[in-house]
Design a protein around this ligand. Structure first.
Ligand code: PLP
Length: 353
């Protein structure tokens, strides 16, 4: 059961949807539920958006026991709303929870909470093309305790943020620095979990890449420093000699829902796909032979991020002549058409609200 606490003081909704940006504006309500060993997950409620009151000793602040998800609510041209594979996000959140010793939650209850929140906030879903309402579920550990163990108490929360097109000037290729010093995650660690520590670990490399003039970092594996893992916080795909290749899920990368969706869309289109271990040297060799057709990142926020340039150990290569490749564009268009309800969904991915 999800309760509702109403407020009469509502925020001013953004009037210019072309200036939404990403993740800066939050809506009037949020969903929360709490966990204690005695009661399990309880007190599920849609309530006015407000600051948490937290003990300075709250365990999340010291030991990073926290996980999150990211998905979007889309407005169709007929004005109706829809979600894309929301059950997959909550299933993945429970996988992250398991790795971080956070108690499992009932995914049906979380989805019920999200639907109730969206029902109250439906007017916050923007209308302009490529805009959406970003949904951020997360869990934090709240025991006031300084000492390393799993917390006994937690808060599960969902907040909403109206967001603009990820690329203000349309889809445009980015320059990528292949990181050979820092690593993001290793097998046996928690690279497959959506947890704060992975992003904290990535900041320094991102800053250094920016100073060198690149937009994002491509991570190599933490053991051999040879194999492609991810790009920024997106999964990585290459088109080599007509085959769409992506690193296999190996425990140190995130199992992206966009990654999975694009693999399925490509297969349906008769494009050959392969999940495998990809050596960065082989990608540069393919570029030398003229066989590196395209490269792009995939994730919910940007959907698809074309790569125009790769730099590794001082060598720079240009991909797709710095343009958006045909498979990249096709995957972007097909996926966003399904997400925004402009095309049929043959996969059962869409949940209409
Ligand atoms: C969220 C995320 C992705 C993309 O996952 P989607 O489900 O496609 O949004 C990829 N890599 C990392 C590290 C992520 O955090």
């Amino acid at each position: 059961m999800v309760n509702f606490i109403k407020t009469d003081t509502l925020k001013q909704k953004p009037t210019d949807e072309s200036k939404l940006g990403f993740g800066r504006i939050f809506t009037d309500y949020m969903f929360t539920m709490r966990y204690s060993p005695e009661e399990g997950w309880h007190d599920a409620v849609v309530e006015p958006y407000h600051a948490f009151e937290m003990d300075p000793a709250a365990m999340v602040l010291h030991y990073g026991q926290t996980i999150f998800e990211g998905l979007k609510c889309y407005r169709r041209e007929d004005g109706g709303l829809q979600l894309f594979r929301p059950r997959d996000n909550f299933a993945r959140m429970n996988i992250s929870a398991e790795r971080l010793s956070i108690p499992q939650f009932d995914a049906d209850l979380a989805l019920e909470g999200l639907l109730k929140l969206l029902d109250v906030e439906r007017d916050w879903v923007p209308h302009q093309k490529d805009t959406s309402l970003y949904i951020r579920p997360f869990i934090i550990a709240t025991d006031p305790y300084v000492g390393v163990r799993a917390s006994n108490s937690y808060i599960f929360c969902i907040i909403l943020s109206p967001v603009g097109a990820y690329y203000a000037h349309g889809l445009s290729p980015v320059g990528i620095y292949v990181e050979d010093n820092y690593v993001r995650a290793v097998r046996g660690g928690f690279g497959f979990a959506k947890t704060a520590g992975n992003y904290a670990a990535s900041l320094k490399a991102g800053e250094e890449a920016k100073k060198k003039g690149f937009d994002q970092v491509l991570w190599l594996d933490g053991v051999d420093r040879k194999y492609v893992e991810e790009v920024g916080s997106m999964n990585m795909m290459f088109v080599v000699d007509g085959v769409l290749k992506t690193p296999a899920l190996n425990g140190s990368i995130l199992a992206g829902i966009t990654r999975d969706s694009i693999l399925k869309l490509a297969e349906k289109d008769g494009i050959k796909t392969s999940e495998e271990r990809i050596a960065i040297a082989d990608i540069f060799a393919a570029a030398d032979e003229g066989k590196l057709d395209e490269a792009f990142g995939t994730g919910t926020a940007a959907v698809v991020s074309p790569v125009g340039e790769l730099c590794w150990e001082g060598r720079k290569i240009t991909v797709s002549s710095g343009e958006i490749g045909p498979i990249t564009a096709k995957m972007y268009n097909q996926l966003t058409d399904i997400q925004w309800g402009r095309a049929e969904d043959p996969f059962g991915w869409i949940m209409k609200l």
